[in-house]
Design a protein around this ligand. Structure first.
Ligand SMILES: CC(C)(COP(=O)(O)OP(=O)(O)OC[C@H]1O[C@@H](n2cnc3c(N)ncnc32)[C@H](O)[C@@H]1OP(=O)(O)O)[C@@H](O)C(=O)NCCC(=O)NCCS
Length: 213
């Protein structure tokens, strides 16, 4: 698939052929993430477990979402389309290979998912499930370019966007892209905090929504 002309960092929609590379990139990007470390405390196996998780997540959201990567495939943004943030039966079954990893932490993971899901907004929105850049390439604008590609779709369609940030240091990054913190929560069993962030689309008038013409 070709990049949109002039797109920073050659951002484009990812295809299935990209998923192997992107699962590796995301596993490395999230290696020191507090939530990833809480779910997979074993340092030695975390990379492998996280890679398996991201490979499944990529396949899930290929069906019900939007996946962007950059030309050199050093970053990825995984979004669920409006109304599709909650896994359906088929998506849940796709996660079955993760069961042996999650089983020792089944209480912790079930409670965490419940806490996160019960706060999920009801209003229609694109849901940013995963955003990550290869550690050695962070700070070079790839994450912003990936985010911007989907936010343009949000703006053009007058759709809100939502995410859970697992790092306080990312809150200002997302705020620069129009997100605002709605709540800070703490995951159960002394889990790490999460910052829930919502982004209203610009007013339909400013986005040139067809209904305003
Ligand atoms: C958050 C993340 C996706 C941002 O991607 P990126 O490619 O570094 O994004 P950008 O270069 O466009 O912008 C990052 C901004 O945060 C700062 N930043 C964040 N992490 C940084 C890092 N590790 N190195 C350098 N700068 C960093 C940059 O200075 C930049 O600030 P600016 O917007 O004022 O220029 C990336 O740092 C990452 O993958 N982090 C690990 C995984 C993660 O936390 N994902 C988000 C989960 S909520």
């Amino acid at each position: 698939m070709t990049a949109h002309a002039g797109e920073p960092h050659g951002v484009r929609r990812a295809t299935r052929a990209d998923f192997g590379v992107l699962a590796d990139v995301l596993a490395r990007a999230f290696y020191d993430d507090p939530v990833t470390a809480w779910f997979y405390p074993d340092d030695a196996r975390r990379l492998r477990h996280a890679r398996r998780f991201f490979a499944i997540r990529l396949r899930q959201l290929a069906r019900h979402g939007l996946i962007h990567t950059n030309a050199e495939r050093t970053g990825a943004a995984l979004w669920a389309s409006p109304g599709r943030w909650r896994d359906d039966v088929r998506q849940s079954l796709m996660m079955l290979p993760m069961l042996p990893v999650l089983l020792p932490r089944i209480v912790r993971s079930t409670q965490a998912v419940r806490e996160i899901e019960r706060r999920h907004p009801v209003a229609p929105h694109y849901y940013l499930s995963v955003l990550g850049t290869e550690p050695a390439r962070q700070g070079g604008g790839i994450g912003s370019a990936l985010l911007a590609a989907a936010l343009r779709i949000c703006d053009a369609t007058g759709t809100a966007a939502y995410l859970e940030s697992s790092k306080e240091s990312n809150v200002s990054f997302y705020a620069r892209h129009g997100f605002a913190v709605t709540e800070r929560i703490e995951l159960p069993e002394a889990g790490p905090p999460l910052w829930l962030m919502w982004r209203e689309p610009p007013s339909r008038h400013r986005t040139g929504h067809p209904a305003d013409r």
